[in-house]
Ligand binder design. Structure first.
Ligand code: ATR
Length: 266
């Protein structure tokens, strides 16, 4: 029987992860299956228990369960401080977070951005933002400001990382090298968060959402910034999870190119 993996979340129906992991498995000659589990909102632990009881080897975890996955883990990687997006089962339950590495690899390898010394604005202080702060700092960014609608959450997240500052959106000033949108505002169709004055010529504006042109990206482009969506991060975090599970890192370039071409045909 093939080793079994899956993405667990709610909703998961439109996820590209099974497609990505099938490509990785084929390229790396790994015999595995990767499925989707839509757990009820109050049924995360029960769904994971039953997947494990059936011999499942690992899970990717998406909204809204990343914090519950942290609780479920018996051991947690240092880089998965508060939120876990990858679980590995071999005897115990190991929790990790591959989103931060995914973002950094997309920026540095796929986009050729040197992150060292860069001035960065991270928008949002929820699970998505928490997952990437550590990796951006490790990549050597120079200054990091975290802005959030609820200031107390930005302050709490900044306080866990020496040298990082919290700000409201209204008090941001001056253009930055990199602006990462880690808010969920665009996802629910709410009014987008559009910080003023932070995009300059050459700013990289990165939206973690993928597969659509968001108001954030449109505003960035209009201001002369380089706008990019989170498709590369999606593929890179998947590759890092694959590495954790299978001990080998799949090549991401061809998979990302094929996925981008497929999405643009729609
Ligand atoms: P996720 O795991 O996607 O980060 P989350 O933990 O619910 O989900 O966090 C959502 C983030 O998007 C938060 O930073 C939230 O701001 P608040 O902490 O102030 O709630 C941000 N967000 C969501 N909707 C927003 C909106 N309409 N305007 C501004 N920020 C918004």
């Amino acid at each position: 029987m093939s080793d079994r993996y899956a993405l667990i979340g709610n909703p998961v129906a439109h996820s590209k992860s099974p497609w990505i992991h099938a490509r990785f498995a084929r390229a790396c000659r790994q015999d595995l299956e990767y499925g989707l589990i839509e757990a009820p909102l109050d049924g995360f632990a029960a769904a994971v228990d039953s997947f494990r009881a059936g011999g499942g080897k690992g899970l990717n975890v998406t909204l809204p369960f990343k914090e519950q996955a942290r609780q479920y883990s018996e051991r947690v990687a240092a880089r998965a401080a508060q939120v876990v997006n990858t679980l590995k089962f071999n005897g115990g339950v190991f929790g990790d977070n591959t989103d931060g590495v995914g973002l950094v690899r997309d920026l540095s390898i796929n986009m050729g951005v040197d992150l060292k010394g860069r001035r960065v604005l991270l928008m949002g202080a929820g699970g998505a933002a928490q997952g990437v702060v550590g990796a951006l700092l490790e990549a050597g960014v120079g200054q990091m400001v975290i802005a959030n609608r609820t200031m107390a959450r930005a302050e709490a997240l900044a306080a866990r990382h020496p040298g990082v500052r919290a700000s409201s959106y209204a008090s941001l000033s001056g253009s930055l090298d990199l602006v990462v949108n880690a808010t969920s505002s665009g996802l629910r169709g709410d009014a987008p968060v559009l910080p003023h004055g932070v995009f300059g010529l050459g700013t990289i504006a990165y939206d973690m959402v993928y597969g659509r042109d968001t108001p954030f990206l449109a505003a960035a482009r209009a201001a002369g910034a380089r706008a990019c969506d989170g498709l590369g991060m999606l593929v890179e975090q998947a590759a890092e999870s694959f590495l954790l599970w299978r001990g080998m890192r799949p090549e991401t370039g061809p998979v990302l190119a094929e996925l981008r071409a497929e999405l643009s045909r729609r």
